[in-house]
Design a protein around this ligand. Structure first.
Ligand code: GUN
Length: 283
């Protein structure tokens, strides 16, 4: 039976820290602001955006919300981003992905000023992460690293296996573990003998997008298991890990919900604070 890694506790600690710093900046006459753009009617995206707005309000960060119809043209969206790039009160810009058909995610990401790119999706920020000299870290992998740190779990010298190679999670996750001296393997749909690779892992991160994909026979006894998945199965939210069986083998495990999920918004708030500090010459 493993220890639970509680994302609610760790995210609350991050948010408390950010809230205190935002208040300090306010005393110096510096405000912190985040612009969130939502295009179209994707129900999951609407919930994410509402949660981001609420977190901003809780932490004293100004939130600027732009809800655009699904038939918004690329030119209209790029024009809004251009305006926000120049708006002084806006320190961070986030455009919720995926975008509706007809709009190109990467073109939109590229248009956001790298200094305001709190998702760390812009090629300049992706490159900085590769080098190991970065200000913004993508929120989900950053949240995972924060949880490991909180529970005093060091990747140094450990076998770290990441299942998934997306630009948003898998690739940056592998990079961050590598920067902490983990021995990192990135697996994907073409990996031969995935089970054998996973069985090597001291730290196993599942970012596949398939409900209960990681089963107990893929987990080394005593491994730390981090579940990035957010799937709907039988009307219930569930992760990429078969929690009930894997928890018997792992030393630490994140639940879904209440694991990585709450961390992502906390890390977004932290990136927004970092953006404001940088733009005001404080770091
Ligand atoms: N859609 C799902 N996750 C994310 C995220 O971290 N950032 C943005 N912009 N869109 C997302």
């Amino acid at each position: 039976m493993s220890n639970l890694i509680d994302g609610k506790i760790v995210s609350a600690a991050v948010k408390d820290r950010v809230k205190a710093e935002v208040a300090e900046l306010k005393e110096k006459g510096i405000s912190v602001g985040l612009a969130v753009i939502l295009v179209g009617e994707d129900p999951a995206s609407k919930i994410y955006v509402a949660n981001k707005k609420k977190a901003c309000e809780d932490l004293g960060i100004k939130s600027f919300e732009y809800v655009l119809p699904a038939d918004t043209t690329q030119e209209q969206l790029l024009s809004l981003i251009n305006t926000l790039n120049q708006e002084k009160n806006v320190n961070g810009i986030l455009c919720q992905l995926p975008l509706p058909k007809g709009l190109d995610d990467q073109t939109v990401i590229n248009a956001i000023s790298a200094q305001k790119d709190v998702d760390a999706f812009h090629p300049a920020n992706v490159g900085k992460i590769m080098i190991g000299d970065y200000d913004f870290v993508p929120c989900t992998p950053a949240g995972v690293m924060e949880m490991l740190k909180y529970y005093d779990i060091s990747p140094e010298g450990k076998e770290c296996v990441v299942i998934g190679r997306s630009n948003i999670v898998g690739k940056p996750m592998s990079m961050l573990l590598l920067h902490k001296n983990g021995t990192v393997t990135t697996c994907h749909s073409r990996t031969v003998d995935l089970k054998e690779v996973c069985l090597r892992a001291d730290i196993l991160v599942a970012a596949v997008g398939k409900a209960k994909f990681v089963t107990a026979d893929m987990v080394k006894p005593g491994a730390v298991v981090i579940d990035v998945g957010m799937n709907r199965a039988d009307g219930k939210l569930c992760g990429d890990v078969d929690f009930d069986t894997v928890k018997e083998k792992a030393s630490y495990i994140t639940p879904v919900p209440g694991g990585v999920g709450p961390m992502t918004i906390a890390m977004l708030m932290q990136n927004t604070l970092t953006a404001a500090k940088k733009q005001n010459g404080l770091i």
